[in-house]
Design a protein around this ligand. Structure first.
Ligand SMILES: *[C@@H]1O[C@H](CO)[C@@H](O)[C@H](O)[C@H]1NC(C)=O
Ligand SMILES: *[C@@H]1O[C@H](CO)[C@@H](O)[C@H](O)[C@H]1NC(C)=O
Length: 382
């Protein structure tokens, strides 16, 4: 007994500020940093976008590094949760197999563990799955005929989705289906719609904008882009649990299963723990559509609170899911940091199905979100 007390003393001293609370596990999901637009050579600023189409910008790399610094302040300096010197076994950082997300994962890791300005910066291990079979973070619409069937309910002449192999063709079709072009003063053809991604990237990078691209047209571009995006993801006015399930149902199931598994392992009530035992920080380096879809699955209220006022996840937006032990029981706290600049993250837990308070019992959270999760999206997509 005395021996036990002695052992637990240093732990108690280094415990977080709340004496009856202990952080057990953190899941973090972030959007990559600022990037160049896709396509349209004449809208490609070769100075700002020196790494090429769709890739991170210098500002994107720097802000993403600063996201890592922010995470370090929270989990190393304040909570004393992660080791100050990187312990690679404490971390499991996964990225979808897309350059800007892989590079962002690396930058976040360097921001977290380069406190002493080590040069070269400490490399971090980043895990990834082949894009074509990544059903957690990387769904490809053309692999999911069931999404096409959902689209056809609203848009009877939606083409065979398996033939839409280019994102531009797919995106232009979803835009057509929203009928939004009927209200557009400028973005009313496929060709003009397809300029939106490049225009928004220019604006967000602070580049010089074409003279014709007025503030009114910027607003219209944003609205048209979001409309098509909502249609694609089954969110907002196009809320559709089936589409949500195909897109991020396995991710949500993975998040919930890992929380339950980690809790059981931390309590010693299950044997099969070698995979998760050492891991304290589990991250996903991902894209705006994943965060958007996941937030909608967690609750439309949660999504609206998180994305107010921008309406969509910004570069370096961050979702945190923290597993806490409070008076012996497991609770989940969910936060959203909207971009790379805000110091404070917003607590989302009260807006998540059944939770109501800042800390949600793991049981309640683990059974949230109805029809939006799945263990086998590949089969459901057929
Ligand atoms: C767009 O218009 C077509 C034809 O009238 C209709 O079938 C479709 O449902 C409309 N789309 C939306 C999102 O309302
Ligand atoms: C151990 O856990 C892993 C995943 O956490 C699971 O896939 C596997 O089936 C489990 N094995 C046993 C024997 O329970």
């Amino acid at each position: 007994m005395e021996w036990l007390l002695l052992l637990s003393l240093p732990l108690a001293l280094s415990a977080p500020i709340y004496e009856d609370r202990e952080l057990v596990f953190v899941q973090a999901l972030w959007r990559h940093g600022q990037r160049a637009g896709n396509g349209e050579d004449h809208l490609h600023d070769k100075t700002l976008f020196k790494y090429g189409i769709g890739e991170l910008t210098e500002a994107g790399i720097e802000n993403t590094y600063n996201l890592g610094r922010w995470l370090r302040r929270r989990y190393v300096d304040d909570d004393k949760f992660l080791s100050p010197v990187m312990n690679p076994k404490e971390l499991f950082i996964e990225s979808v197999d897309v350059n800007r997300c892989l590079m962002s994962a690396e930058s976040v890791g360097q921001g977290m563990y380069n406190a002493d300005g080590r040069n070269p910066p400490l490399p971090v291990a980043v895990h990834s799955r082949p894009k074509k079979t990544d059903w957690v973070l990387g769904l490809t619409w053309s692999n999911c005929p069931a999404i096409g069937r959902e689209f056809s309910r609203i848009c009877p002449d939606f083409p065979d989705i398996t033939t839409l192999t280019s994102y531009n063709d797919y995106s232009a079709e979803t835009f057509r289906c929203t009928n939004a072009s009927q209200h557009a003063t400028f973005f009313n053809t496929k060709e003009k719609y397809l300029l939106i991604d490049a225009l928004i990237a220019l604006e967000q990078a602070g580049a010089k904008l074409p003279d014709w691209y007025t503030p009114q047209l910027r607003q219209e571009a944003k609205e048209m882009g979001q409309k098509s995006n909502h249609f694609q993801l089954g969110i907002g006015e196009f809320h559709n649990e089936n589409i949500l399930r195909y897109n991020t149902g396995l991710l949500l199931d993975t998040l919930q299963s890992e929380l339950a598994h980690k809790w059981a392992c931390s309590q010693g009530v299950t044997q099969n723990c070698s995979d998760i035992q050492p891991i304290k920080f589990r991250a996903f380096s991902t894209q705006d559509w994943v965060l958007n879809s996941l937030l909608e699955a967690l609750g439309q209220g949660a999504r609206l609170v998180a994305l107010n006022p921008q309406g969509s996840p910004q570069y370096n937006a961050l979702v945190l899911i923290e597993l806490w032990k409070i008076r012996g029981s497991p609770y989940v706290k969910i936060l959203y940091r909207p971009d790379a600049y805000k110091e404070q993250a917003t607590v989302l837990t009260p807006y998540i199905g059944g939770c109501r308070q800042e800390y949600c019992s793991l049981d309640v959270f683990g059974s949230c979100c109805g029809n939006t999760k799945t263990r086998n999206p590949e089969q459901e997509c057929r």
